[in-house]
Ligand binder design. Structure first.
Ligand code: C2O
Length: 573
């Protein structure tokens, strides 16, 4: 029959025939073009000097920030991590879906036991259906503060960007620098129950720049030619701070968020939350302007009390070539640290570029109240958290406790007893005015509770910020999936009226979204990736306090829909 139709062209129109040929030929070319990239990450201490102090920090191969990984869609990445430091470590490839490579996702005690001192583990995964700016970071305790780097996925060979080809591409990694040892900072915070000491500086590509004492020599410089367009791949790798970002006298065009193309829009200020990436086009002025340089600056956004966060501004320099140092330096105006209105105006502008496939039908609805809380001070202790308690954080009042073995291993071997349960409440036990009058008791309950989902479940999740112990914005990150941001608002979510305004036409697709301070956000995703996937606040202090949970996505029926067996070198606990 097929032969008949091919010859008797009455059944096949020319475009159809062409499409058939493309379908037959394409997979071949795509397969032959894909490349395997091998890396070795030696995790070792390295002396690094910032703000005139030299300290020994965990690094990848002695580099800070870590090495760039640049690949193409369809390529395979193989990273052998060898741990030479005293702390346990793991690595996460933030935003990579890990289809059929679930054991390479990396969060410690979730998809794997950590890599112990002197041990190694090979992360082996293929980039399927993704291109754009992502990043990699350590995923154990607070080690990601120095163990991070860009993971850039170029389109397949021969495929161009949906915007004019930039003259150059530059990763801009925003980070956070502590003079103290961050592991000591988190250990002390968890011990005393108090909020942790804050960082001493923010950094651009590892450099604090001229706004800090003794730091002008450690300044990142972006040198541009007049009339050229640059693609900045901005990554917020800071530990605990959402950051505003602006370049003096330059408007930026946002083209991508979390490795998903968006409808281009221009802005003078961005907000990038930890875990998020934003690609912007920077058009250099047509001729050398009358300034020696323009500051590229970032400063925190938070609704927390002053004194509880690092309220400094970091700067790098945008210099035109030829450079004239005798001209003035121009600074941008950044919003006030608590300018929530600017944040919500900005986040409302994101739209998917191509009409996406948003799940229309929802199989399961969840309502998660996310925020801070407290736990009682243990006997014979003095605690320095709110009213002599300890700070905690929770989802539906459950503060997540990491197990001592990996969740994915327990799930795979069906030995989940005593490791985790699947009874995380779908909504809070007691309804309350989440953003208004607060319950008297702010104590959380501790547990390793997850939600189990059948393969391919279409999920709608409303995340409601609470004002318990102060309303704060929470950048929630989902592992193993992208999601659509279909709605957001301030105050309490209204299940009657808010869904009417959901955007199911062109919502942005992301892997990390801010739950607005004293507000809510609604997302949809399809649980099409069997495994155990962490979802957590990407502010590490909140993660340490328990603002996290895991989705257990069961196998589907087809072999390709099943969790593969663990690699033989998977670390043991
Ligand atoms: Cu970038 Cu679980 O994190």
């Amino acid at each position: 029959m097929a032969t008949n139709s091919l010859h008797g062209s009455s059944f096949l129109t020319r475009p159809l025939l062409f499409a058939l040929i493309v379908v037959l030929v394409m997979p071949e070319t795509a397969a032959s073009a894909s490349v395997t990239h091998h890396y070795t990450f030696d995790i070792r201490l390295q002396n690094v000097t910032r703000l005139c102090r030299t300290k020994s920090i965990p690094t990848v191969n002695g580099q800070f920030p870590g090495p760039k990984i640049i690949v193409r869609e369809g390529d395979r990445i193989i990273v052998k991590v060898v741990n030479h430091i005293k702390d346990n470590v793991t690595f996460h490839w933030h935003g990579i879906r890990q289809l059929r490579s679930q054991w390479a996702d990396g969060p410690s005690y979730v998809t794997q036991c950590p890599i112990q001192t002197g041990r190694s583990y090979v992360y082996n995964f293929t980039i399927v259906g993704q291109r754009g700016t992502l990043w990699w970071h350590a995923h154990a305790s607070w080690l990601r503060v120095t163990l991070y780097g860009p993971l850039i996925i170029l389109p397949k060979l021969g495929v161009s960007y949906p915007f004019p080809q930039p003259y150059k591409e530059v990763p801009i990694m925003l980070g956070e620098w502590f003079n103290a040892d961050p592991e000591a900072v988190v250990a002390q915070a968890l011990q005393t129950g108090a909020g942790p000491n804050v960082s001493d500086a923010y950094t651009v590509n590892g450099l604090p720049g001229p706004t800090y004492n003794c730091s002008a020599k450690d300044t990142f410089k972006l040198r541009v030619k007049p009339g050229r367009t640059y693609l900045l791949r901005i990554i917020n790798a800071a530990l605990n701070d959402e950051l505003f970002f602006s370049i003096a006298n330059h408007t930026l065009t946002v083209v991508e968020a979390d490795a998903n193309y968006v409808k281009p829009f221009s802005t003078s200020t961005l907000l990038v939350s930890p875990g998020q990436t934003t690609n912007v086009l920077l058009s250099a002025a047509p001729s050398v302007p009358a300034a020696s340089a323009f500051l590229i600056s970032a400063s925190p956004y938070t609704t927390a009390r002053p004194g509880t966060f690092d309220n400094t501004t970091v700067s790098a320099l945008l210099e035109y070539q030829p450079y004239n140092k005798n001209l003035p330096l121009v600074k941008p105006t950044l919003p006030l640290f608590n300018d929530t209105q600017t944040v919500s105006n900005f986040t409302a502008k994101f739209r998917s570029l191509n009409p996406p496939v948003v799940p229309r039908e929802v199989d399961r609805r969840f309502f998660f109240a996310v925020g801070l809380g407290t736990s009682p001070c243990p006997r014979n202790h003095t605690c320095q958290g709110p009213n002599g308690t300890k700070f905690a954080a929770s989802i539906n009042n459950i503060s997540f406790v990491l197990p001592t073995t990996a969740l994915l291993q327990a799930h795979y071997s069906m030995k989940t007893m005593g490791v985790f349960t699947t009874d995380l409440p779908y909504e809070p036990w007691h309804e309350f005015n989440y953003t208004g009058t607060l319950p008297n008791n702010t104590f959380v309950t501790f547990g390793t509770k997850t939600v189990m989902l059948p393969y391919n479940t279409s999920v709608e999740l409303v995340m409601q910020g609470t004002s318990i112990q102060g309303a704060e914005s929470h950048p929630l990150h989902l592992h193993g999936h992208n999601f659509y941001v279909v709605g957001q608002g301030f105050g309490n979510y209204d299940p009657e009226n808010d869904p009417i305004r959901f955007n199911l036409v062109d919502p942005v697709q992301r892997n990390t979204v801010g739950v607005p301070s004293a507000g809510w956000v609604a997302i949809r995703f399809r649980a099409d990736n069997p495994g155990v996937w962490l979802m957590h606040c990407h502010l590490d202090v909140h993660l340490s306090w328990g603002l996290t949970m895991a989705w257990v996505v069961n196998d589907g029926r087809l072999p390709s829909q099943k969790l593969p067996p663990p690699p033989s070198d998977l670390p043991k606990c």
